[in-house]
Every structure is written in C-alpha cells, then in structure tokens.
Design a protein around this ligand. Structure first.
Ligand SMILES: [Zn+2]
Length: 767
C-alpha cells in the first residue's frame, strides 16, 4: 500500500497475515429457497421491514429526496441546480468524468458478488484496499460462525465494499452534474447489483438457520466483523466495518437523491433496520468502548446517514434509524468539545471528523444544542490551530497538540479524507450559523487541498487523488498508484464531481442568496425563478460578474462573501458601487427587486502576501489571494526567504516578481506553482522568513534588523501596513525606530541610516 512505500508503515496497513483459513470454512450455504420474505417471516423482529421486492413501492415513492431541518437558517442547493462554467476546477471534473464514463461497474460489484456467492462476470476488484484479501471465502462468516481471534489472516480485504460505496456516490454526483444517461444507467446497474447480493445474503443458511442476523444485512464480507467489534476485536483482526457500511449507505442515499433510484432508498432502509437490531442490544458501556477503539471503531458518518435516512424515509418503523444514529455518539468526545476541553491530541483525525456532520443533524432533529456547541467547539480546535495553509490537518493521520501547526510538521501531514470531511463540517456549521469564517476555511481548503489533490492526469482506472498532501520541506504529494481503493481514493471519487456544492446557498425563507465562491457557474433556483450566471476567471483574474438571466419572483437579498484575507474589494450593481461597507471577513448585502439583465460585479484585488503559521512567526507560506503557492525545490531543509525588500505601501509583495496567467510566480530565484494545479513535483509549502538587514524597496540601510520581544523592527514597521501614502510609511519608520532606540536595541547612528534608506526608497512607485 501507498503508506508503506512512503514511510514504511501506514496506520491503515494490514496487520497480521500468516495462517490462511481458506478451506476451513464450509462452502457458502446454498441459497435459501424461501427467499428473503420468508426468512423475515420466521423472525421475531416486529420492527423489521425488508429491503427490495417485499417493500411496498408506494411507500418508497413517498420518500423525500432532499430534507433539511427547520433549524437550518441556510440551506444548500441540489447539485443539479448549479452548472459549472470554465474555471481552474474544470480539469479535475473533466478528468473524473473520463474515469466514470470508462469504468466497468462489474469491477465495482466484484467484491460484493463474490461474497454473496454470485457470478463476478469475469471482473476483478478495483485493487488496493478494495480487494478480496487472503481469506475472502472464509470471511463470509455469519455471527454464529465466528469466535474472537478466528481471523488470523490479518485485516487484508476487510475494508472491501467501501470504495464501491464512494463510487456509487461519485457517479451519482457525476450524473447530477451532467445529466448523462450512460452515467444514470451505471448508477442503476450498481444498485441492482447490490440488491441481488443482499437478497442472496438473506437467503444463505448456516446450520439450518439464516446465516445473517437480519435480511437487511448487506456487505462485501460476512457479518462477523460487526459481531467481533462488539466483542472488542482490534484493528488487525477486523478493519473498520461501520466505516465501510457508512460509505455503502451514503452511496445508496446519493443514488436516491441525485439519480432518483428508489430501490437504493429501500436497500438503505433494510441496512438501517439491521444496524438498529444489532446496536440496540449493546450496552452503553459496550458502545463507548467500541467507538473509542482505534480504527476498528471508526464508523465514518454512520450517525449522519442514519438521520438522513430517517428524514427521507416513509417507513413506519423509521424511528429505528434515528435511534440507531444516537447510538453512535462518542460521548466523551462530544462532551469535551461542547465544554471547550481540547482532547484531540493523539486522536485519529479522520476517525472523528466525519462524526460531526452527524452530530449537527442530530442537533437539528433533537433540538439538542449540546451537539451544536460540540461541533462549533470542535471546529475551533482544528481551525486555525491545527490547520496548514492549504486547510489540511493531522500528521500521520493523527492530531498533535492544540496550537501546533509548524510544530507538528512531519513527513505525512494532511490526509485528504480529513479535508474532505472538514468541508462537510464547515458547510453544515454555516447552515446553522452564518459566520463567514466557515466559508473562508471552505474556500481555502476546496481550492488548494482538494483541487490540488487531483493529479493532473487522465485515468480510466483510478481517481488519481493523493492520500497525504504533506507540507514538509521538499516533499511530494502521495499520489502513488492514484490511490485506487484507498480511503482517500474513495473520497477522491466524490470530491471532484461536486465542486458546485459550495458556491451558492439560500436562506430557509427563500429570500436571501449567499454567494460563497467566485467560480464560473449558473444557478437555477426553482423556488424563486432566479437564473443567475456568474462569469469569472478568479483566482486567475480579479473580477467576477453575476448577471440575472431570469429575475426572481420577488425582492431578494444577495449576500456576497468578502474574504477575510482580502483588501479593497469593490462591489458594483449595474455599474454603481454599493453604498454599504465592504468589510473583509463579512458578507456584503445587496437587497433589491431584480430585473433580467441586472449585474453584480465583484472585484477582489489579488496580491502576494506571506502568511505566518499559527505557532511560528518565521515559518510562513506565500499566498496569492486565496491561492497557496508552492516553491518548486527538492531541498529537504527550509528555504530561507527574504521578502521585506519587496513590499509596497499596501504591505503586499510587489517588487521584483513575475506572474504567469496561470498563477505561476517567480520571486527572486524561486518559482512558485499554485497548490491547486495537480503537479507531481517536489515542493515547499512553508519557508523560513529571513530578514537579516533593514531594507526598503532596494535601499539597504546596512543595519542588522534589530530584534525585540519576539519581533523585529521590520515586523513592527510592516505590521502597520497598509500605508495611506509615502509620508505615512515614513512616519511609521520614524516611530518604530524611536521605540527601538528608547529600548536600547538600536543606536541613534543606525537609526539615522534606517531613516535615510526609507527616505531614499522608491516605495510609492512599486506596483
Ligand atoms: Zn484517507
């Protein structure tokens, strides 16, 4: 696996090995001639509703595809409501569509079919973690056939089925984005294949009884991983059974909502009932220990999909889904985060991040503020104090101490699954609380980490998505074999076919629109009639123009995101600057009755700036607007970079730089590529800022840059930028040098040299 090739050990690498148990097991039982309905009738499961054919179709059709809780004051648009135009994101979308159009769904179905004893139609599994493993036939074990420790072949293959769930989500998203019939056909073929496998599993017997505990059970391996988890089997004996199940249910829900497949909803309902039937028998202490178990208890967003299922389902026993969702609560984590007590150090990041969208949906459904406060507290523990410049978090999949960013740089920072899931947390928090910080984080992460994680390379075999997006000096992205079958390859199947999801949101009362991302696109808002076209080359260009193509039926307030890092943003409506303040880190509001042809122009000046890491002022990244720039270099120690001499009156880096149309910069001897470009070369995300002498715009004073209390004279001068003009700049140099003189860290002779250099500097002509 990829992790092994980089560092010798992946925490997800397969433990164990050795004894093969193949052959120990009897061959898969013959299909039970009674069929799933008959099996169900023999059970004392009063709340059970079978998936598939026994499910009344009328009830399924009554299910709602998109349900949003009343408490969400802001809500998303469906993926099919927003069409992407040409932008820096286009290449990743198109490259993924090549994969989806070419990929044979029999490969996706192979692991499920073999497990169910069905013909695999000559297909082999995708590979990577999505493989049969050393013991696939034995691993059809039902709960009654398995005793703790029986799987001595290691966890190889024990995550199989997860990638197929992601694939079903991704291809459903791709269909919603394009409307292509061939993609819809593949969605339906996968769901049909899943249902065939589920029915075959439900018909299997062991010692004359149904092999599995519930006819809703569906998986690409036996039920034993779930029963073994309840007996506290560790990672290595099992992998992460509920993690896999989450991906399958999420895929089914996406096939339902995005591709209209009602069979998918019925399958998910059957799984939901089965999950409830298992977990409702567990004690609270047992659940606490299971969900606290490293990797083995990793359940992805099981709690989220079960609430979603509860919302969409019209099943009379759907309350089981909500009850099951609550059973996934990791109480120690929720309580600590709600109390603002940071317990993340040493925890596996992506084991825990996906739980929070589930907690937010539980908060909404149960009107339980505790879950909401926990998620807000959690977000603030990760952003900014555990976030790298591109929005990534973690080292070697684990979190470090609070506030350690530069202090936690290692060889394997920033797992891409973690970024994928943090975007869900950020957007769902925004639905509750329109704090612009959530969308500032969203833009940074989706543009740099997610888009940059997609290798700029077409493939018909894999997602070409990185695993880690590391930040250490001279590092490389973990592309490996394109991450076919890994967790990050799985989330990568989804990330690049849903870029439209974060551009626009709407208020619950349908009276306000939020424009979060400046990204070429067209929104069709059915409830108001608005059709809005955004033309933009941002972040390669500065101006985005939104044109009302079809006017909404009534007055509408448009909230335009003014990025927290921005300066001098100008917004015009039909050529007139809006009268209200345009303040960085807010939404500018425009309320009016709109007519077809009305335009909103948003100009966001883009400039180079250095951004210090959270915990080390001297360890910095270079950004151009929202774009993180990566210095091309294979040196494995921090590059020393001086920038003070290049600053203009506004405090941005302006002197002696060159820029290409595609945001490739040259600053001094270094070339910087945008983090989003998907190149596979050695790079530095961070450098060490080094300002040895006091110099302004090419005028070197010859005086060593004096230090004082963790700061330097140049830091203190430029902390006062932007300057209104040359005299304001000279005043600042005069005042700061006076305080250094008074503190005894600058002689009056050297102060004079600095003032002379500042006076000679052509700083007002830099642009
Ligand atoms: Zn991952």
């Amino acid at each position: 696996m990829l992790g092994e090739s980089r560092s010798g050990l992946s925490r997800r690498s397969l433990l164990g090995g050795g004894l093969a148990l193949a052959g120990m097991m009897a061959a898969v039982g013959a299909l039970d001639a009674r069929g799933p309905g008959a099996v169900a009738a023999t059970r004392d499961l009063s709340a059970f509703r079978a998936a598939g054919a026994v499910r009344p179709a009328a009830l399924v059709r009554a299910g709602q595809k998109f349900v949003y809780p009343e408490s969400w004051s802001v809500r998303p648009f469906s993926l099919s409501s927003v069409k992407l135009g040409q932008s820096v994101f286009t290449r990743a979308l198109n490259q993924h569509l090549v994969l989806y159009r070419a990929y044979n769904v029999d490969k996706i179905l192979a692991v499920y079919r073999r497990n169910a004893g069905l013909d695999t139609k000559g297909a082999t599994p995708p590979g990577g973690w999505e493989e049969y493993g050393p013991n696939p036939d034995a691993q059809r074990w039902g709960p009654a056939e398995y005793t703790r420790g029986q799987n001595a072949a290691g966890a190889g293959g024990c995550l199989r089925g997860h990638y197929g769930g992601h694939f079903l989500s991704g291809i459903s998203m791709a269909y919603a984005s394009t409307g292509e019939q061939a993609l819809l056909d593949k969605v339906n073929a996968i769901v049909d294949g899943f249902e065939e496998c589920r029915a075959a599993l439900a018909a299997q017997t062991y010692n004359g009884a149904p092999r599995y505990s519930h006819p809703g059970f569906f998986s690409a391996y036996g039920e034993w991983q779930f029963s073994a988890l309840e007996a506290f089997a560790p990672y290595g004996e099992i992998w992460a059974p509920y993690y896999t199940l989450h991906k399958i249910i999420a895929g089914l829900l996406d096939a339902h909502s995005l591709a209209g497949n009602t069979k998918a909803l019925a399958l998910a309902e059957g799984i939901g009932h089965w999950v409830f039937s298992r977990l409702s028998k567990c004690t609270q202490a047992q659940l606490d220990r299971m969900w606290g178990s490293y990797i083995a208890g990793e359940y992805g967003g099981m709690n989220e999909v079960l609430v979603e299922l509860y919302w969409r389902s019209s099943d009379p026993a759907k309350s089981e889904f909500l009850e099951a969702s609550k059973l996934f609560t990791l109480r120690t984590l929720v309580d600590a985060c709600a109390a603002g007590t940071d317990t993340l150090n040493g925890k596996h990041a992506n084991q825990h991040i996906p739980q929070f969208p589930g907690y937010l949906k539980l908060a909404a459904e149960l009107h339980d503020d505790h879950y909401l406060q926990a998620t807000k507290g959690f977000f603030d523990m990760v952003v900014p104090g555990r976030s790298y410049a591109h929005g990534g978090t973690g080292e070697g999949e684990l979190w470090g101490p609070a506030g350690a960013v530069a202090g936690d740089i290692g060889p394997r920072n920033a797992e891409s699954c973690a970024a994928y899931n943090m975007l869900k947390v950020a957007s769902q928090l925004f639905f509750n609380d329109q704090n612009p910080k959530y969308m500032d984080y969203y833009e940074r992460t989706v543009l740099n980490h997610i888009l940059g994680g997609r290798r700029n390379n077409e493939s018909t075999s894999g997602p070409e998505n990185l695993y880690m997006y590391p930040v250490n000096p001279g590092t490389r992205k973990e592309y490996g074999n394109g991450n076919i079958g890994t967790c990050c390859g799985g989330t990568g199947l989804e990330s690049h076919v849903k870029y439209q999801e974060g551009i626009y949101f709407r208020s619950a009362d349908q009276k306000e629109l939020y424009v979060n991302l400046y990204l070429a696109s067209t929104l069709t808002w059915d409830e108001t009639g608005l059709v809005l076209e955004q033309v933009s080359s941002y972040p390669e260009g500065e101006t985005s123009t939104l044109t009302v193509k079809t006017a909404p039926s009534g007055p509408l307030t448009v909230n335009l995101r003014v990025p927290g890092w921005s300066r001098g943003v100008r917004i015009e409506v039909n050529g007139q600057a809006i009268p209200d303040d345009v303040t960085p880190g807010t939404y500018a509001k425009v309320s009016r009755t709109w007519a077809a042809g009305d335009t909103i122009t948003v100009r966001i000046p883009l400039a180079l700036r250095a951004e210090a890491s959270y915990d080390r002022p001297d360890i910095q990244a270079l950004l151009y607007g929202p774009v993180v720039l990566l210095a091309s270099s294979s040196s494995t120690s921090y590059l020393k970079v001086s920038l003070a001499d290049r600053l203009g009156l506004d405090g941005t880096i302006r002197r002696g730089i060159s820029k290409s149309a595609s945001n490739v910069f040259t600053v001094g001897t270094l070339t910087y590529e945008p983090a989003y470009n998907g190149k596979d070369v050695a790079y530095h995300m961070y450098f060490q800022r080094n300002e040895p002498s006091v110099s302004f715009a090419g005028q070197d004073s010859g005086v060593a840059n004096p230090k004082r209390a963790g700061s330097t004279l140049l830091d203190d001068v430029w902390a006062r930028a932007p300057f209104a003009g040359r005299s304001a700049f000279l005043d600042a140099v005069g005042e700061v040098t006076a305080t250094y003189l008074a503190d005894g860290v600058l002689t009056s002779r050297n102060r004079q040299k600095i003032l002379l250099a500042a006076g000679r500097a052509p700083i007002d002509s830099i642009n």
